[in-house]
Structure formats: structure tokens, C-alpha cells
Design a protein around this ligand. Structure first.
Ligand SMILES: C[S@@+](CC[C@H](N)C(=O)[O-])C[C@H]1O[C@@H](n2cnc3c(N)ncnc32)[C@H](O)[C@@H]1O
Length: 279
């Protein structure tokens, strides 16, 4: 099979499996099968025959993707802000809207000497690692109840060579966040209601960890616990579910937060809320 034939075949297989971006994903999977060559190189070699190993490897990747395993798990890495993070089934795949969470967090940290940040439910470590990457002196404590997710976050920490400024801690939010003096508490908590799980795309519903998805009141729990973990004047920045902005704003106001601000994602949906703990 030539490179060109492989791309046409892969595009067909993935489109049949209901994947919208079939051509692009066929290219990425073929590039991975060809010893991680650059996607653009494939187009210089459309008539070249694939080696038997590359062909076999490519077929195996197509089978995985046709079963709707997420592309990020198959590729094993995913971009998040300036970082490339290792991704696998141990943790949620970082999303573009979470990049806005980081942007809002950095806005509050700018100008602070050595801000102390708490990332609740760190998963791959995406938010914590992006903050220390983009704020040269920030220190982040990143917690997660999932031992598996924390192991992946540690691998990302080591791969990125960010030493000393991120502390990973296995901790369940339902036990509170303790009394502290953090300048900022940031979180992308699980926020899918249990009854909505079946409506999700198969990539999410069948592959991403349930602990990373199902809400169980996590948003309110973070907001409540942050009232003790923040110093007076500190900020909380939360990613929220679509259509939850009014609810979460109400929760934050009832808890005594002030100066609420809601930010949209790239599709214009309200997905990030921030507020100041002034007491
Ligand atoms: C939506 S994921 C976010 C992961 C990562 N911060 C990101 O934005 O890509 C939520 C994370 O919260 C963690 N989590 C869920 N329940 C928790 C709890 N009770 N205490 C601490 N972490 C929890 C999950 O393991 C998961 O890693």
C-alpha cells in the first residue's frame, strides 16, 4: 500500500466510524505509524510504499480510533497552551476551554512575586504545569483524588523538567482543602451530571475516567473549601459546565465571594467563572 492509498483507506475507515475529522486524523495516525514522521512529509511521498511494519502499525491505530478511543490517548500526547503533555487513559485530556482558565488565573498572578496557587483536580497536571511555565515564580500545589492521574501528572512534571515549583499531593476534595493562605485556587472540577453521561461523545463517555467527569457537587465543594484555603483578597477561578454560569455565580455570592466575572470560551459559551474572597 502506498502512502496515498493508506491515507485514502484510513480516511474511509474513520469516516465510517463516525469521525468528523477523518482525513486529518488518518494523517496523524499514519505519521505516528511511520516512526512519528512529520505530517507534511507524507505529502512528499504519496507514491512511496509503506513498509510492512508501518502498514501493520497503521492498521492497528485505525482499529483503535474506529473504536472511538480518543486521538490524544492513541497519539500519547496533546498540546496545552505552550506545553506538550503526555496523555493516556489515566486522566482527562486537557481541553481548549481550560486554556482560558489558565489565562484568567495568570491575569490575577501577574505582578505577584511568588504567588501560591492551589490546583484542585489536576489530572494530567495541565493547569498547574501551564501556570508555572508561564509565571516564572509561581508555586503550585496540585491535588487529585486519583492516584493514577497523579502518576501521569508526575510523569509530565518530570518530562517538562519543571522541578521544585509544583507539589503533587493525593488528596480528596471532600475532606476539604485545609486552612491556608493561597493567593489563588484554580480548578476544572468534574461537572457532568450523572444523567447526562450517556449523551456524551463515545470518546468521552467510554474512555475518559469517570472520576474526572461526574460532578458529585465538586464545583460547590471547591468554592466552599476555597473560602478557608484562600488568603483575604485571593481569587478562585473555576471552569464550569455550559449553562451553569448563573447557578455557580449564585453559589459564589452566597458563600461571600465578590467581584464575579464570567468569561466565554471560543464558541461564546460561558465556561469560566472567577471571584474574589475579600474577607
Ligand atoms: C475535569 S478533570 C480536570 C483535569 C485537569 N485539571 C484538566 O483540566 O485537564 C477533574 C479532575 O478532578 C479529579 N477529582 C475528581 N473528584 C475529586 C475529588 N473528590 N478530590 C480531588 N480530585 C478529584 C479527577 O481525578 C480529575 O483528575
Amino acid at each position: 500500500m502506498t502512502v496515498g492509498e493508506a491515507l485514502a483507506h484510513g480516511t474511509h475507515v474513520l469516516a465510517e466510524a463516525g469521525i468528523d475529522t477523518a482525513r486529518l486524523e488518518a494523517e496523524l495516525l499514519l505519521a505516528k505509524a511511520c516512526d512519528d514522521c512529520a505530517r507534511a512529509l507524507l505529502y512528499m511521498e504519496l507514491r512511496r510504499d509503506l513498509s510492512p511494519e508501518a502498514e501493520e502499525g497503521y492498521e492497528a491505530l485505525l482499529v483503535r480510533r474506529a473504536r472511538r478511543e480518543p486521538l490524544a490517548y492513541i497519539l500519547g500526547h496533546w498540546g496545552f497552551r505552550r506545553l506538550t503533555l503526555k496523555t493516556d487513559k489515566r486522566a482527562l485530556i486537557p481541553r481548549p476551554e481550560t486554556e482560558i482558565v489558565v489565562e484568567r488565573a495568570l491575569e490575577h498572578l501577574n505582578g505577584m512575586g511568588e504567588p501560591a496557587v492551589l490546583d484542585v483536580g489536576t489530572g494530567t497536571g495541565a493547569i498547574a504545569l501551564a501556570i508555572v511555565d508561564e509565571h516564572p515564580r509561581a508555586r503550585v500545589t496540585a491535588i487529585d483524588a486519583s492516584e493514577e492521574a497523579l502518576a501521569l501528572a508526575r510523569e509530565n512534571l518530570n518530562l517538562l523538567g519543571i522541578n521544585g515549583r509544583v507539589r503533587l499531593v493525593e488528596h480528596d476534595l471532600t475532606e476539604g482543602l485545609g486552612r491556608d493562605e493561597f493567593d489563588l485556587v484554580v480548578s476544572n472540577p468534574p461537572y457532568v451530571e450523572p444523567e447526562d453521561i450517556e449523551t456524551l461523545q463515545p470518546e468521552v463517555r467510554d474512555w475518559e475516567p469517570r472520576i474526572a467527569l461526574v460532578a458529585h457537587g465538586a464545583t460547590e465543594a471547591v468554592a466552599r473549601a476555597a473560602t478557608e484555603a484562600l488568603r483575604p483578597g485571593g481569587w478562585v477561578v473555576l471552569e464550569i459546565a455550559e449553562n451553569q454560569a448563573a447557578n455557580v455565580a449564585g453559589v459564589l455570592r452566597n458563600l461571600g465571594y465578590e467581584h464575579l466575572r464570567i468569561s466565554p470560551d471560543m464558541a461564546g459559551r460561558d465556561r469560566v467563572i472567577e471571584a474574589q474572597w475579600s474577607r
